[in-house]
Structures are given as C-alpha cells and as structure tokens.
Write a protein that binds this ligand. Sequence first.
Ligand SMILES: [Zn+2]
Length: 119
Amino acid sequence: MASCRCPRCRTGKVFYGNPYSFKRQRSNQVCAHCGLYFEIEPGYFYISMYFSYAFAVFETLLTAFLLYSFTQSESPWLYGFFLICVIVVMAPINYRYSRILLLYMTRKIKYDSRYDSDH
Ligand SMILES: [Zn+2]
C-alpha cells in the first residue's frame, strides 16, 4: 500500500510519473501486471477527495500544533504561511494516498499470490 502498488498483484503501479514532476499526475486505468481495473466506473476516484480532505485537515492541525508548541507565537501570518506551505507540499502525496486508500478499503481486493511476479 505504501509503495502505491496494485492491491491484487502488489507489482503493477497504480500511478505513473513522479508526484513532484510538473506534468499532471495520472493514475493507470488498468494494472499493467495483472489487468485489474482500478477505476471501476467513471468518477470512482472522486470519492477519494474526502480522504484527501481528511488528510489535509490532519496535516494542517498537526503543523499548527507543532508550530505553536515550538514558537508559542500567536501571529496569524506565521500560521498562514506555514499552513499554506504544508498544504501545497503535501497535495501530491494526499492525492496519491487518498486514491490508494480508496482502492484498498472499498474494493475488498485480496492479495493473490498467483498474480505476484515471484510465483
Ligand atoms: Zn495488479
């Protein structure tokens, strides 16, 4: 799950490209290794926006808490600057892991060793 691989074969990549490249990130529609359809219906990955939102809320709260515990500052500019930075830096990561989480949680796809590259 952490390496963004297909839930069934754990070999094929769900995304292609680097999360921080300037080209738009894309998910593969089908696993290149075992042929599992990742996007079962159009708009399926829109649900992952809720996960992405939850990740962003968690990250900003954690950052604000850490910032306050280290600086004891009450300046809104300090918090505004750092929280915007965190949101921008973490957005590609949130995008990936929200989709991965959706794929692993909602589809009940079991790991099948027959599809693994080692077997
Ligand atoms: Zn696969």
